[in-house]
Design a protein around this ligand. Structure first.
Ligand code: OAD
Length: 243
């Protein structure tokens, strides 16, 4: 197999999805035993679901907080840390994962596209989101100290906008004109959710090389130049040649 060459002329954008955390024991969303099999997305991951039943939403995210609290990064996360140490500012990691495992592993240049499971914000006032590990397993809806409104997890739900600053950071990395060659690698993501699923096309428009590492074929596999089928914790540690 052709290696992914990471040299001084390369800048690398990585996109990760739930599959990268699977080997750490965090469940994925789609497919067998996926979270969306047993929890209707609209009920637990949309503003409408929160309006209808905030208690159900807190039970769901409390379970996820509890489940992700003690998990450890796996060799896939560790490989990305080594790549970043090698490339420095020529590396950017955009993740759809909200479990914080990339940061735990030691990644620094991370864009949390879909928010953070261990942060809470107010649904009713614009106070800054804050770090929060508390769980509400019985579905008590926590209240805002500032306005008395309902607190909610700081997750980007379906139908909500991603942070424009996050999208700009990714866009600027893709279009950066510093004489380096752009490479994009997506790992552990089904390619079903936008705008993440469209990054491969933005990179292609910028004439970048594109790689997909995934256990199964994704919805957008054919958009990638290279598809390496396998588990990210096994593939990523040996995929790149650091020169
Ligand atoms: P999905 O659950 O949709 O897809 C996970 C992908 O990872 C699947 O294609 C699996 O084949 C693959 N996979 C599973 N284990 C793997 C492993 N060990 N190594 C490599 N690949 C593996 O998860 P995402 O694509 O991340 O959004 O889902 C995108 C978004 O949809 C999530 O961020 C979440 C969800 O709804 C929100 O909650 C807002």
């Amino acid at each position: 197999m052709e290696p992914l060459v990471l040299d001084s002329k390369t800048r690398l954008l990585v996109l990760t999805g739930a599959g990268v955390s699977a080997e750490s024991g965090v469940p994925t969303f789609r497919g067998m035993d996926g979270l969306w099999e047993n929890h209707p997305v609209e009920a637990v991951a949309s503003p409408q679901g929160f309006e209808a039943n905030p208690s159900l939403v807190w039970r769901f995210y409390s379970q996820r907080r509890a489940g992700a609290a003690d998990v450890k990064p796996n060799p896939g996360h560790d490989a990305l840390v080594r790549w970043e140490e090698h490339l420095g500012d020529r590396f950017l990691l955009a993740t759809q994962n909200v479990d914080g495992l990339h940061t735990k592993a030691g990644s620094r240049r991370v864009v949390d596209m879909h928010g953070n499971l261990f942060r809470t914000k107010c649904a009713d006032c614009p106070r800054e989101p804050f770090a929060d590990t508390t769980v509400h397993p019985s579905g008590t809806v926590p209240r805002c100290d500032g306005c008395g409104g309902r607190l909610r997890p700081d997750i980007v739900w379906f139908g909500e906008m991603l942070d424009p600053g996050d999208l700009a950071r990714i866009g600027e990395f893709i279009t950066r004109k510093d004489g380096t060659r752009l490479v994009f690698l997506a790992a552990g993501t089904s390619g079903a959710v936008w705008p993440a699923a469209g990054i491969v096309d933005e990179v292609r428009s910028a004439r970048g090389d594109t790689w997909l590492v995934n256990y199964e074929s994704a919805a957008n596999t054919e958009r990638f130049h290279h598809f390496v089928q396998g588990l990210s914790g096994q593939v990523l540690p040996t995929l790149a040649k650091l020169v």
